[in-house]
Design a protein around this ligand. Sequence first.
Ligand code: SAM
Length: 218
Amino acid sequence: MNDITEDMRRYYAQRAAYYERVYFKPERQADLRAMEAWLVPVFAGREVLEIACGTGWWTPHGASQAASWLATDLNPETMAVARSKPLPACVRFATVDAYTLAELGDARFDAAFAGCWWSHVPLSRLPGWLDTLHARLEPGARVVMLDNSFVQTSSTPLTRRDAEGNTYQDRQLDDGSVHEVLKNFPEADEAIAALGPRARDPEWLAFEHYWVLSYTLA
Ligand SMILES: C[S@@+](CC[C@H](N)C(=O)[O-])C[C@H]1O[C@@H](n2cnc3c(N)ncnc32)[C@H](O)[C@@H]1O
């Protein structure tokens, strides 16, 4: 299973320069504008850890009223795109493995955000990853995850489901190479059930092409 997460990291490093094309699909524009606007007040005054920030599509929206925002990713290639953007002054970057968060030292936060990351976490690693994230957060922390919903007419088709229940897509890069990527599409009750005992008042917002899950940590 570690091979699939390493393959996924490499795939996004190779895709970094044109990753944001996915954010220009015409049918997704209404959802994107609504979600970007929704994010603006959510982290007001908070010290936020962003997991797997990629090219920073969500960063300017989430960080616009934050006290501080640490955008993290394991790939320098994706973060280079994010760093090149005009961003709120509170934004900093760090190279961090989302599965361990070890590079953070003893830093703690009162909010966390992860865009289009949950779907790439193998189901068997989800509880451990959530525990690792929650251990970095203060009681009362605000947490927001958002990700893709599967839409037949817009999403890359699923090719298979493994014994654990993970689903997969074949993704083609501009150089013609094809990469198998683990991509899960949880239902609301499934995602909420995975959150663990510290998650309070989970709220699921269903858009056509995306979902947003927010909660407070006990
Ligand atoms: C689907 S992209 C999401 C990017 C961005 N958050 C967004 O919503 O547009 C997944 C990101 O995970 C990053 N990534 C892959 N493995 C990682 C790991 N172990 N730790 C942190 N980031 C990782 C990739 O570099 C990529 O930027």
